[in-house]
Design a protein around this ligand. Structure first.
Ligand SMILES: *Cc1c(COP(=O)(O)O)cnc(C)c1O
Length: 331
């Protein structure tokens, strides 16, 4: 089946982005191995440059631009991490970038993007409204880089899959935070091409789970966007979804939901037991494991996808007991 992106595209992406991204480690988690009773490792992708995996896809998309497109610049719409990644990748490539955001995006993420030298346009109360502004700029000649539904972005995210297989060849389950599905699609294409027996699991928050609801409906559907600790997992998959819906539907064994308090507990666990600072969405795999919603029975890698959250919010989450942490988040 042709999904638009091949293993060769992912291997090429790896060469394209080598100078811009770091190769992140996959390390055994002693605390989660003990709790789950199977070997659990963590792919520390939150330690990526710009604080999330999004730089891989963005850097690959920038690397494949024509001279004419480079001259006109790129535009992106993003809950934060993709915008940050495109801004940084564009700066490294010497290309102008405009990032379109909704009013729901946390202030720390907006500032981080401005600091990277990109122009920021803030419009509307949802990702979809911010997208309209981006499409307007695309009409004016800029190149639109989708955060997930884009061949070069999917190939870039797939490079994570190659690294995990090299570092943990005995892996049987790979657990990935899921929103638009670019990350999960890239990883699925890379891993299934080499190891079709590895099981892939996508995890998302129950509040506004667009891909989950679309899989259930059998076609891309819209969901209401609501505030969540996992703000980087918000947004739709696009009613005109070209790639990620088909890839996730055909290559991924299971998608499951986690609750807000489970995400909060997972962020706390990552900090207290693993000394890792994670944003809510990045802790989705840990939440699935700790809550018992996922019970894998072989070696498992959890992808930790990002660390960009407000550090005062993180402080409230990780201090005190979990009920206090929950109140702190909802306050
Ligand atoms: C974007 C993002 C995701 C989800 O990636 P998709 O490709 O949209 O599924 C997960 N975690 C973090 C930290 C992100 O920024």
């Amino acid at each position: 089946m042709d999904y638009g992106t091949s293993l060769a595209d992912i291997e090429k992406a790896r060469e394209n982005i080598a100078g811009t991204v770091v190769r992140t480690p996959t390390v055994p988690s002693l605390s989660l191995t003990r709790q789950a009773g199977i070997p659990v490792s963590l792919k520390l992708e939150h330690t990526q440059v710009t604080g999330s995996f999004k730089l891989r896809g963005a850097a690959n998309a920038l690397a494949t631009l024509s001279e004419d497109a480079r001259a006109k610049g790129v535009v992106a719409v993003s809950t934060g991490n993709h915008g940050r990644a495109v801004a940084h990748a564009a700066k490294v490539a010497g290309v102008k970038a405009v990032i379109c955001l909704s009013e729901l995006v946390p202030a720390n993420k907006v500032e981080a993007i401005r600091a990277l030298g990109a122009e920021v346009h803030i419009t509307g109360r949802s990702q979809d409204e911010a997208e309209k502004e981006a499409l307007r700029l695309e009409q004016e000649g800029m190149t639109f880089i989708s955060p997930f539904d884009h061949k070069d972005v999917i190939a870039g995210q797939g490079t994570l899959g190659l690294e995990m297989l090299e570092d943990m060849p005995e892996v049987e389950n790979v657990v990935v935070p899921l929103s638009g599905g670019g990350l999960l699609s890239g990883i699925a294409l890379a891993i299934k091409a080499r190891r079709p027996d590895v099981r892939l699991v996508g995890v998302t928050m129950s509040r506004g789970a667009a891909m989950y609801e679309s899989l259930k409906a059998g076609l891309p559907v819209e969901v209401e966007e609501v505030e969540s600790l996992a703000d980087s997992l918000g947004g739709g998959i696009g009613l005109e979804n070209r790639y990620t819906f088909a890839i996730v539907r055909n290559l991924v064994e299971r998608c499951l939901l986690v609750e807000e308090d489970e995400l909060a507990e997972a962020v706390r666990h990552a900090y207290r037991e693993e000394q890792q600072v994670l944003e809510g969405g990045a802790a989705a795999g840990i939440a699935a494991l700790l809550s018992g919603r996922l019970k894998p029975n072989g070696p498992t890698v959890l992808v930790l996808s990002g660390r960009n959250l407000d550090m005062d919010q993180h402080c409230r989450l990780v201090c005190g007991d979990s009920s206090a942490a929950k109140e702190a988040f909802h306050a």
